[in-house]
Design a protein around this ligand. Structure first.
Ligand code: NAD
Length: 479
């Protein structure tokens, strides 16, 4: 039984939830405590008490704790990667990569504690000095999705703690194990009681309390657009600071002059690795007409060699879909694509069991061709291993189509033309642009985030994270 962490104590919830392995639904990862609204309020109270002295801690104290947490995560990356693959379903190498990234994030923000600086500015008034400094925001509520069970909690927790905030973390219901392990590691690394609180539970109950409680000064949310809108409304109502990272419908443009191998490699990775369950996954390939047929047939070739199997079996390229609800959503969109008249090039079928005969939520990677920009499969986020190809006549048409979406998280282009690559980087309406690379897969020390309906508020990660996790003070002194 894995408990919640409130005020430095591990406490039972009011009920429990079962964490099931999507590669083998008979495998129970663990029973996790579920907090209710009143426990969520206790966690917020503990955080608001602890935050006052945590804000006074030295950068060296915060450095040591974050650095130690990063070291332990790295030392245990195989074990934590195995847990992550088991509860979420990405392949073991992908899961170990995600754990490694979480460790690097803690190391990076350990360094940031020492690099926080301000400005000393001459005043326009004689004899007056102006100081611009950064202070913690206070108590921060972190609400995370299921698709990156350790990296997303890490990239919110590390800057929150580095800059002197206290935290209440509510991880996604489907994947509490990795967040629990992270809380355990940070607590043992020496965080004072109450600085980090973990409340596992329902979004509509525990999450909602975080949104509405006046003691929570800021909310950092990653998840779906619908929930994001709810977060925004609740925060605006009580003037709390918030940042949202939400969905995507990320395009990848493939031009006639592209290196076909590079384009196909990036496309396969973008659309199907991590079972297509990345907010930065590309689901729309916008391909100019002279390379179109070669691209589609090379994709079909590569897809026929991809192995869909248990996330922890060696040689698996694509693990299962995270749960039954997401699998039904993916299947529904495959049916919508067929009904809209798209041509199914590859995949489309579920697979009942792993190669070990264990029941799981397996789906073949799926590609549609002969699609149009107005089809629902090209406009709505599916969030599974399902992608489509649209044929266009020119780069200009491709760029316009890439930007014709309510989202703006990541966008890619495969081309050997410096002119087109440069133009695309400047004119794509996405927060992140990739040239000859998958749309997914980003560095941890630079800003992450999108535009339009994909994101709201300051960027996450890297040095830009301080925009959200600190608040600026301007002080004037008459000398
Ligand atoms: P979700 O919106 O269902 O849940 C996200 C979190 O919000 C969960 O912890 C959930 O419990 C909580 N929540 C639900 N209702 C709530 C409420 N009323 N009040 C407060 N919290 C509430 O999203 P999900 O299904 O876990 O994740 C998938 C989505 O996340 C996809 O749309 C994907 O694109 C997006 N995502 C975006 C990014 C990004 O950085 N842009 C990264 C990963 C995932």
């Amino acid at each position: 039984m894995y408990k919640n962490l409130i005020g430095g104590e591990w406490v039972h919830g009011t009920r429990t939830s079962r964490n099931i392995n999507p590669s083998d639904t008979g495998d129970l990862v663990g029973e996790f405590a579920q907090a209710d609204a009143s426990q969520a309020r206790q966690a917020i109270e503990a955080a608001s008490v602890a935050q006052k002295s945590w804000a006074q801690s030295t950068p060296q104290q915060r450095f040591d704790i974050l650095d130690m947490a990063g070291t332990e995560i790295l030392a245990r990356k195989l074990e934590l990667g195995d847990l992550l693959a088991r509860e979420e379903g990405k392949t073991l190498p992908e899961a170990i990569g995600e754990v490694t990234r979480a460790a690097h994030i803690f190391k990076f923000f350990a360094g940031e504690t020492l690099r926080t600086s301000g400005d000393l500015v001459p005043s326009v008034r004689l004899g007056v000095n102006v100081e611009v400094t950064r202070e913690p925001v206070g108590v921060v509520g972190l609400i995370t999705p299921w698709n990156f069970p350790i990296a997303i909690p890490a990239w919110k927790l590390a800057p929150a703690l580095a800059f002197g905030n206290a935290v209440v973390l509510k991880p996604a219901e489907l994947v509490p194990g990795s967040a629990w392990a992270l809380a355990d590691i940070l607590q043992r690394a020496g965080l004072p009681p109450g600085v980090l609180n973990l409340v596992m539970g329902r979004g509509s109950e525990v999450g909602q309390v975080l949104l509405e409680d006046e003691r929570v000064n800021a909310i950092s949310f990653t998840g779906s657009v619908d929930t994001g809108r709810r977060v925004a409304r609740a925060c605006v109502e009580r003037m709390a600071k918030f940042q949202l990272e939400m969905g995507g419908k990320n395009p990848m443009v493939v031009l006639d002059d592209a290196d076909l191998d590079v384009a196909v490699g990036a496309a396969i990775n973008s659309a199907f690795f991590s079972t297509g369950q990345r907010c930065t996954a590309s689901s729309r390939f916008i391909v100019t007409e002279r390379i179109h047929d070669r691209f589609v047939s090379a994709m079909a070739d590569r897809m026929s060699g991809l192995k869909v199997d248990d996330a922890r079996t060696s040689g698996t390229d694509i693990g299962p879909v995270v749960d039954e609800r997401q699998l039904s959503q993916d299947q529904a969109y495959i049916n919508i694509g067929k009904a809209e008249g798209a041509r199914l090039v590859a995949g489309g079928e579920t697979i009942a069991t792993s190669s070990h005969g264990k029941p799981g939520f397996y789906l073949q990677p799926t590609l549609f061709a002969d699609t149009t920009a107005s089809m629902r499969i090209n406009r709505e986020e599916i969030f599974g291993p399902v992608a489509s190809v649209v044929k266009v006549r020119s780069y200009e048409e491709a760029l316009a189509m890439a930007n014709d979406t309510e989202f703006g998280l990541s966008a890619g282009i495969a081309t050997t033309s410096l002119k087109h690559a440069t133009h695309f980087k400047r004119n794509s309406q996405a927060g992140m642009v990739m040239v000859n690379l998958p749309t997914a897969g980003v560095d941890y020390h630079v800003p992450f985030g999108g535009r339009k309906g994909s994101s709201y508020g300051p960027r996450e990660q890297g040095r830009y994270a301080s925009e959200f996790y600190t608040t600026v003070k301007t002080a004037y002194t008459q000398a």
